[in-house]
Unconditional design. Structure first.
Lengths: 162, 391
């Protein structure tokens, strides 16, 4: 694997490793890591550093909805313009352009069902290019960003000789 | 009452590290660096294939030598990875782990009094298996200054007229040492000169970090006299499935299959179906695990460098083999004190032969976080020992 790709793969899973630690496990100099990170950040390949939180463990009410949105693309703009109109709402977590039965997947986080339905009714479905929506609520997250939630992996290897 | 036991068996020394690890298992918050098996789960698609085989009711014996489908995949794998062709019907035997292959090969090839050359430090079962096969083990002490590689000269010095088999344990457990093509060519010359046979244990063959592993069987003239042992445990993290294989000349494989059929019947069926999937679609898994091991390997080498502990760079398996001679203790004493005082368990080099004296085997089949904590403790311990020495 190339240095750049491998670096990205590692920090995508663990962004808390220091440049020094990364340099050791990648077998390069610390300066090389620092420089690469800086260039990845400035060109926007690294867009941010986040923490994965299992909100189920915290007594904070949170509702996540996946909303399928059918839209009419605009001449000269395709889907980009309408996507922008949607992703600018701060309560929108993610927006993806999809192939298949609908056009945009919008992921929304709200405090309550009411808040989410309010967004769909008042903001999303009133946009003139939006032809229809279907809202799905997430009941439980089992795995997110490649991490299985709620289960801690233990070392169950037994003692064996030789 | 007569003694129910065979002298040959009673005389075999029990594995020295057993007692050590019994202590470890009793000790709370001890960090073990002693395990010789991958910490990864078997990749899901491989496990899934095992489950599917069970669902389909594939719960019968397979043919003695193993599923034809699996032997065909093994043959294809040997061809693409080493460029050696083995006839899947005549030159491949599926075994219960690599260990069974070693046992079967020695039993098929040795008559009483035949000498078997065993380079050490190495995996601990070659010697007892040779004894049980009626052979006489002859130990070759590998040297730190050669990075524990086997040299032609060392073979020459150990060969007698009775020497029949050479065990070739590379990539090596416990040293992590490998043999490169030039090293193997030199060995091949001596092997031809003295008309020896080789049992090449390549169970760690997929875990090398400076280029692809080269099998001795790929050196011209060697496939005809080599039993190549490999398996799924280390490459695919499938230790519990107990599945390995042996490839070699039909003449030897036929006789190994004969013993295998009487002793074992056949390798576990579920595991064999899973292994077909591993060989067909597991290359990416191996690559990912290898990357992971390599990072840990670099981490450990750097940690030893920072501690000022001498350690050659091992390019294979998942072990490093640092030298602890400067502390003036035996490997046993060092390992015991490290366990008692810092609760870190590492295997003394002597568990793998006398030539392991003065060394420790550190396994990196552990997460980086675990290794970091262990190195912190080891570093503290080393400081303490050096301070003691000065005082």
């Amino acid at each position: 694997m190339e240095f750049r790709e491998e670096l990205l793969r590692i920090i995508e899973k663990n962004s808390r490793m220091s440049a020094k630690e990364l340099a050791v496990i990648l077998g390069v100099s610390e300066e090389a890591v620092t420089e690469e990170l800086r260039s990845l950040e400035s060109e926007g390949t690294i867009c941010g550093y986040h923490t994965m939180v299992n909100w189920d463990n915290v007594s904070v009410e949170k509702v996540t909805a996946l909303i399928e949105v059918k839209v009419t693309p605009q001449r000269g703009q395709g889907f980009d313009n309408i996507a922008e109109r949607i992703y600018n709402y701060p309560e929108v977590e993610s927006v993806y352009l999809m192939a298949g039965g609908y056009d945009l997947m919008v992921i929304l986080e709200g405090k309550t069902l009411k808040e989410v339905s309010g967004f769909v009714n008042e903001k999303l479905s009133t946009l003139e290019m939006v032809n229809g929506t279907a809202t799905h609520f997430i009941l439980k997250k089992y795995k997110d960003h490649g991490t299985i939630l709620g289960k801690k992996k233990e070392d169950t290897r037994e003692i064996i000789t030789p | 009452m007569r003694d129910p036991l065979a002298k040959k068996v009673v005389d075999i020394k029990p594995s020295g590290i057993r007692k050590f690890f019994d202590i470890v298992s009793e000790m709370k918050d001890a960090i073990s660096l002693g395990v010789g098996e991958p910490d990864f789960d078997t990749p899901w698609h491989i496990r899934d294939e095992g489950i599917y085989a069970l669902e389909q009711g594939r719960t019968f014996y397979t043919s003695n030598a193993g599923l034809k489908e699996l032997r065909t995949e093994i043959s294809a794998y040997m061809e693409r990875s080493q460029g050696i062709y083995y006839d899947p019907l005549k030159q491949v035997l599926v075994t219960v782990g690599g260990s069974e292959g070693i046992d079967m090969a020695l039993r098929a090839m040795c008559d009483p009094g035949d000498e078997v050359l065993i380079p050490q430090p190495s995996y601990v079962s070659y010697e007892p298996c040779a004894v049980l096969a009626g052979a006489v083990p002859v130990i070759i002490d590998l040297k730190a200054e050669n990075e524990f590689r086997l040299t032609a000269r060392e073979i020459e010095e150990a060969v007698t007229e009775k020497t029949k088999v050479l065990i070739l344990p590379f990539p090596n457990n416990p040293t992590g040492s490998i043999m490169e093509k030039a090293d193997l060519e030199a060995v091949a010359e001596v092997v031809l000169k003295h008309d020896l046979y080789i049992i090449s244990d390549e169970i760690y063959g997929e875990l090398t970090y400076n280029g692809k592993h080269v099998s001795i069987a790929s050196i011209p003239g060697m496939a005809e006299r080599t039993i190549l042992i490999n398996g799924f445990s280390k490459a695919y993290a499938m230790t519990g499935w107990r599945l390995g294989y042996a490839c070699g000349p039909e003449k030897i494989i036929t006789q190994m299959t004969k013993i295998h059929q009487f002793a074992i019947m056949c390798a576990p069926t579920t595991s064999q179906y899973a292994a077909v999937e591993a060989l067909r679609n597991g290359d990416a898994d191996i690559a990912a695990m290898r990357e992971s091991y390599n990072r840990r390997r670099r981490f450990l080498l750097n940690a030893f460098k920072e501690m000022g502990i001498e350690c050659f760079e091992p390019f294979g398996a998942f072990y490093v083999f640092p030298c602890i001679k400067e502390f003036g203790m035996t490997s046993d004493e060092f390992a015991n004190r490290l366990l008692m005082e810092e609760k870190v368990a590492a295997v003394p080099g002597t568990a793998f032969g006398d030539s392991g004296e003065g060394f420790l085997r550190i396994s990196y089949a552990y997460s980086l976080e675990r290794l970091e904590e262990a190195m912190k403790r080891l570093s503290r311990f080393v400081e303490k020992l050096r301070a003691e020495k000065k005082a």
